[in-house]
Design a binder for this molecule. Structure first.
Ligand code: BGC
Ligand code: BGC
Length: 655
């Protein structure tokens, strides 16, 4: 994995280098010659690499009348934007358009370059102090640096709080979206959005890189769990309910954050083998189809999000009909802005701009002209700033386009109330990871569990029986049950944050007379030859993005061995699957008495015990179709018959 990260980095460096030695940019990467509606527009950009250093930052104070207007919350936003924009130099405007990963810049440079945005990528916590207080201090430090600029424009700090504020130790971590798709409860989604926002503002972060409105069409994709469902309508309804929770009715309220709808567009439609990033197979790959497919499957969640007040959209790494989305003016400006009427700001994904062309100069020109307002650089901001400056000087990017981008960004910063309240809100610190927040996550966990098999009505289990035998690597592991995007980008097995494991939930639920035996590997032979009630908790190790692209979707060999052994010895066997998607179960499944998909529940494992022992009924239903074999993928949903698959979408034994 490290190698692949290095590889990606080296590639980025290579691109920059290639741009720097001004390679002629006629050679596009080899593309299959298929007719598409969105052919790459002919580019007429200079191929000269940056040679000049951008103009120095001015030091003169803004005119008093301008500052009086834009710093005055009673003025209309449009007037405030006009007032500040009129004062800005090109360097300051380009600074606004620059979004940098926090480890790549220190606060002094934020002031020097008048930087508009900073982010924590996955795992981007303050080193040595991953606490809510540590985050608040770090983010406030960057904010102070932004306010120390001549114009005092606050920066906006972004984070992937994609299932709760999940990079921060001690926060509540909700089930990943696939589980919330199984719960399919819009009211609950709004509540989850509110809680996530409350935990974010405690740390000074007002910008969330969620909801993902991906509509994954092939579960081999490593980001399947980030999508609520393979069904567009479910994605639209849950993502917009969540967005309303994050933003509520008034973005400027102290406990709201800006949502980011991502990844525009058709990130869930890429094909196996189409990716050219590192060892990835599907992630960042190519989605193909006509406009009818795009409009039917992938676009509706954006329409609904815009109706619900979306003000930030992130562009997808992927390509649509071989055109990289980051340079796709036809879909970004043509469809998202002109047709759907999106009027917030558009942000690039992590180095996504760099992938448009082998020439960095051309990539920047194409991306900004396509409609991207803020570039998630994320590392080498000097090269980006220099390159865009030269492109404006050369007339390849117009000053009008720059002004428009800056307007879009500033408009949202004013609407968010950042000028009035730029810092963290310490009043919320004590609510981070609070019992009240965890209660809601626990509800989400029990509503997300899907009961798929229940021979002889084995479930709910009797909490008063003498002995219960629990096995499996996922039974007592907060890291595994939380999955990717938890503390670390890729997630991590082990005791990585505060919460209740599935095993702890079981122990807390059974009667005081019940003995719960736990063995990770399911060896109970020293206790008994005939374990009575067995519960095996198996599943996937954490992963994120293309590292989770999986060609066969099998259980790990050691899980299979354990399950076979337990099926032979246990009187009854209940299997709980902790995973980011359906896995292929083959004949194993026939040997189980009961089977529950619990997805990636997050920190509140108690919710699993709630349904297992009947304190609450099972209500979850499958958000994705469950294949019998991997050869069936990708499904042709138009012709798929219920009898072809193990379980259809929407299935779930409801008690
Ligand atoms: C992911 C985005 C994420 C961004 C920032 C990218 O690699 O594709 O979903 O928001 O990183 O962490
Ligand atoms: C970051 C992620 C980002 C990824 C992109 C990682 O180092 O932590 O947030 O999505 O790089 O490749």
């Amino acid at each position: 994995m490290l190698n692949t990260i290095k590889l990606t980095l080296t590639r980025t460096l290579l691109y920059t280098l290639l741009a720097a030695i001004s390679v002629a940019c006629t050679a596009a990467p080899a593309e299959p010659a298929i007719p598409t509606a969105t052919d790459v527009p002919p580019t007429e950009v200079a191929t000269q690499a940056p040679t000049e250093v951008p103009t120095e930052m001015p030091t003169v104070e803004p005119t008093q009348s301008a500052a009086e207007i834009y710093q005055d919350p009673t003025q209309p936003i449009a007037a405030r934007v006009d007032a500040v924009l009129a004062e800005m130099t090109l360097a300051e405007k380009i600074g606004q358009m620059t979004l940098i990963e926090k480890g790549s810049i220190d606060p002094t440079a934020v002031t020097d370059y008048a930087i508009g945005g900073i982010l924590s990528g996955g795992g981007g916590y303050p080193k040595g102090n991953n606490t809510p207080e540590g985050w608040a201090e770090m983010v406030d430090g960057y904010q102070q640096a932004a306010l120390d600029t001549r114009l005092g424009i606050p920066m906006i700090y972004g984070v992937d709080a994609v299932h709760g504020h999940s990079n921060v130790v001690g926060t509540v971590v909700f089930p990943h979206n696939i589980g919330l798709g199984a719960a399919n409860n819009p009211e609950l989604m709004t509540r989850i959005g509110e809680i996530t926002a409350a935990e974010m503002v405690a740390t000074g972060i007002y910008w969330n890189y969620g909801p993902a409105v991906s509509v994954p069409q092939d579960i081999r994709w490593g980001r399947t769990y980030e999508g609520y469902s393979e069904d567009t309508a479910i994605v639209s309804s849950l993502s917009s309910a969540y967005l309303r929770g994050l933003q509520q009715d008034d973005l400027s309220a102290p406990d709201t954050v800006l949502a980011t709808v991502k990844h525009f567009v058709a990130d869930g439609g890429t094909r196996w083998g189409s990716s050219t990033t590192g060892n990835y197979q599907m992630d960042q790959g190519v989605a193909r189809g006509d406009m009818e497919l795009l409009r039917r499957v992938h676009l509706p969640p954006y329409e609904v999000a815009i109706e619900n007040g979306a003000q930030s959209v992130m562009i997808s790494f992927s390509s649509w009909n071989y055109v990289k989305m980051h340079g796709n003016r036809e879909l970004i400006t043509g469809v998202l802005i002109d047709e759907l009427g999106f009027d917030g700001f558009i942000v690039a994904d992590w180095g996504g701009v760099d992938q448009i062309s082998l020439s960095y100069y051309e990539s920047v020109v194409r991306a900004i002209n396509a409609g991207i307002d803020m570039n998630m650089v994320p590392y080498d901001y000097e090269t980006f700033i220099n390159t865009l400056t030269i492109a404006v000087d050369a007339g390849d990017v117009s000053e009008d386009r720059i002004d428009e981008a800056v307007r879009n960004i500033l408009k949202v910063k004013f609407a968010l109330g950042l000028f009035e309240a730029p810092f963290s809100n310490p009043d919320y610190l004590e609510r981070v990871g609070s019992d009240a927040h965890r209660e809601v996550a626990r509800q989400a966990v029990r509503e997300s569990a899907v009961l798929l098999k229940n021979e002889g009505d084995l479930l709910p289990l009797d909490p008063a029986q003498t002995e219960i035998f629990v096995a499996g690597k996922a039974a007592d592991d907060i890291g595994i049950q939380s999955g990717g995007w938890t503390i670390e980008w890729q997630g991590k097995a082990g005791d990585i944050t505060v919460g209740t494991t599935i095993l702890e939930g079981i122990q807390a639920t059974v009667s005081t007379d019940t003995t719960v035996h736990y063995d990770k590997f399911g060896h109970f032979d020293e206790i008994t030859d005939t374990p009575s009630t067995c519960i095996a908790v198996v599943g996937e190790q954490p992963y994120a993005e293309g590292f989770g692209d999986d060609p066969d979707l099998e259980l790990e060999a050691r899980d299979k061995r354990m399950l076979r052994r337990m099926a032979e010895t246990c009187e009854t066997l209940t299997v709980l699957l902790v995973s980011g998607r359906p896995l292929v179960l083959n004949d194993l499944y026939d040997q189980w008495d009961a089977f529950v998909a619990v997805w990636l529940p997050g920190t509140e494992g108690q919710g699993v015990a709630d349904v297992l022992f009947g304190d609450y009924p099972f209500t979850g239903t499958l958000p994705y179709t469950w294949p019998r074999s991997v050869d069936q993928l990708p499904f042709d949903f138009a012709t798929l018959q219920a009898e072809d698959v193990l379980f259809s979408r929407g299935f779930g034994l409801i008690e």
